[in-house]
Design a protein around this ligand. Structure first.
Ligand code: FES
Ligand code: FES
Length: 168
């Protein structure tokens, strides 16, 4: 007997309005699409990186309504109408965000793959006030993995950016 034909599943698209870095984007997407894939594949915002795609490395960290989230574990439809900020949205024109500048000044990246997620976490961490000691910085950055081991310089960058007004 012939095997039953597979049922078509997940073929219905939904329309979603995303607000990314202040711009409104309307997309027709499968409701299962993650925010990370919507950003990278549909909006060409490739600053957010796909490291593990399972919530373990932090490379995909973005802000939603000012709070850090793992975009690989967040459905794009769940962020409809909310303020999404990616690393591309941090700079003010040609002027880098103090955290971006501090990462450069402190040589806080090597290959750079984890860097945008590290910076997005670091900006949120300063705004959350978790910067009173190096241990506190390390604890609150612990969801962001750097394969190159640039951790000491990342801590130095967060410290420097805090001093230089990253909580603007
Ligand atoms: S890609 Fe999202 S946590 Fe690794
Ligand atoms: S700089 Fe390479 S993974 Fe962090």
């Amino acid at each position: 007997m012939a095997a039953p034909a597979p049922e078509a599943v997940g073929t219905s698209l939904v329309e979603v309005r995303l607000v990314v870095n202040g711009d409104t984007e309307r997309l027709r997407i499968d409701p299962r699409v993650t925010l990370l894939d919507a950003l990278r594949e549909r909006l060409a915002l490739t600053g957010s990186k796909k490291g593990c795609d399972r919530g373990q490395c932090g490379a995909c960290t973005v802000h939603v309504d000012g709070r850090r989230v793992l975009s690989c574990l967040t459905l794009a439809v769940a962020t409809a109408g909310r303020q999404v900020t990616t690393v591309e949205g941090l700079a003010d024109g040609d002027r880098l965000h103090p955290m971006q500048q501090a990462f450069i000044d402190c040589d806080a990246f090597q290959c750079g793959f984890c860097t945008s997620g590290q910076i997005m976490s670091a900006v949120a961490l300063v705004e959350e006030g978790h910067i009173h000691s190096d241990d506190e910085i390390r604890e609150n950055m612990s969801g962001n993995i750097c394969r190159c081991g640039a951790y000491d310089n990342i801590v130095a960058a967060v410290r420097t950016a805090r001093r230089d007004g990253a909580d603007r």
